[in-house]
Design a protein around this ligand. Structure first.
Ligand code: FMN
Length: 353
């Protein structure tokens, strides 16, 4: 199939250097994940969804999600909320934090979010959905994108009704994950809806859901006319899936796997602090070392170790050569010294909203 994943495209005025986008994933899309995604071919990366209420209340952990490293660009920061003025205020913070694109979440199916009138539940009230997108678009010069499900109920086609209206309201791009909110992650993504959406709007559409290989990426791009594909679960602990989609199907060596995991650990400690990182990282061990790369008892052993220093030692003992790969990676990956630090965010400027 003659589809060039390395082709650039534009989202609003922002140039995206490839047709591969790394999905926003709560509890996964930390800086280390996004920077790694960029290194392995993603043309655009996205933060996990950030609570507008959390931004309004200056919740420290929420503001932490707004940290952007110099080598992440282009980067979207995703927000979720249900109130236009709060969305507008959050948008200004997101722009000040250094995002290139503001993404609005109309896809989250989780009760905790939908019961507040945010996430996928917004799709059931298209007028309100449009008010939220207008409020965001009016608050910034940055392009605004919206990520949505097909609708709330199984079989819903709401996205086809709401999508064009969101574009009128100011969305410069739409991402569709064509499962219903009710489905959560069961069943499969029905990209025939993505193809329909593409015919209804004159902005780029990004196809999300079940993109796990180059073959799948190319067939979804060819059959839907989408501008790009988005990859989520397949890239968890597995940046090599992104490399394969971009056309280089080499399997990583044990040393490469361990070195990327070690870099991921170190960067995550820098971002979240040792204590939070310790728990956060546990799910990543299985993701990195699975897929037949390391025996199961080894992964199980890592989650029982008392500190990250022990985890590092154990990993290096299992693949001593990883030390050299890690050194090379550390040389290649710039220090995120240009990162806009939280202290530098003009929080007081927006105080009281
Ligand atoms: C653990 C997890 C967290 C997610 N968090 C978000 C999120 O914060 N915002 C969002 O728009 N989508 C979120 N998603 C949905 C993904 O972005 C993506 O649309 C979905 O997983 C389908 O793509 P995939 O089959 O490539 O994983 C999440 C998915 C997973 C698995």
């Amino acid at each position: 199939m003659n589809i060039d994943l390395a082709e650039r495209w534009f989202l609003g005025g922002v140039e995206i250097p490839s047709r591969l986008v790394l999905a926003p994933m709560a509890g996964v899309s930390v800086q280390a994940f996004r920077r790694q995604g960029r290194r392995y071919g993603a043309g655009l990366v996205c933060s996990e969804m950030v609570s507008v209420a959390g931004i309004q209340h200056r919740n420290e952990r929420t503001l932490g999600y707004l940290r952007v490293a110099a080598d992440e660009h282009p980067l979207a920061i995703q927000i979720f909320g249900s109130e236009p003025s709060a969305m507008a205020e959050a948008t200004r913070m997101v722009a000040a934090a250094g995002a290139d694109i503001v993404d609005v979440n109309f896809g989250c199916p989780v009760k905790k979010v939908t019961k507040t009138g945010a996430g996928a539940s917004v799709l059931d009230d298209p007028d309100h959905a449009c008010r939220l997108v207008s409020a965001v678009a009016e608050a910034t010069e940055l392009p605004v994108s919206v990520k949505m499900r097909r609708g709330v109920q199984d079989g819903s086609r709401t996205c086809l009704e709401v999508g064009p209206r969101l574009v009128e309201a100011g969305a410069a791009s739409l991402t569709l994950h064509p499962r219903s909110a009710k489905q959560m992650y069961t069943g499969s993504a029905d990209h025939s809806l993505t193809a329909e959406l593409v015919t209804l709007v004159d902005v780029p559409v990004i196809a999300s859901g079940d993109i796990v290989s180059r073959a799948r990426a190319q067939s979804v791009l060819a059959t839907t006319g989408a501008a790009a594909v988005m990859v989520g679960r397949a890239a968890q602990g597995n940046p090599w899936a992104l490399r394969e989609i971009m056309g280089d199907g080499r399997e990583p060596s044990r040393e490469e796997v361990v070195a990327e995991l070690l870099l991921f650990i170190r960067e995550t400690v820098r971002e979240l602090g040792e204590q939070r990182a310790f728990g956060f990282l546990k799910k990543f061990y299985g993701w990195y070392l699975g897929r037949g790369r390391f025996p199961r008892p080894f992964k199980q052993e890592l989650v029982t170790l008392p500190s990250l220093a022990d985890v590092e030692r154990r990993l290096l003992a299992a693949a001593p050569g990883a030390r050299f790969v890690l050194e090379r990676l550390l040389d290649e990956v710039p220090d995120p010294e240009d990162e806009i630090l939280l202290d530098a965010l003009p929080i007081s400027l927006y105080g009281g909203g």
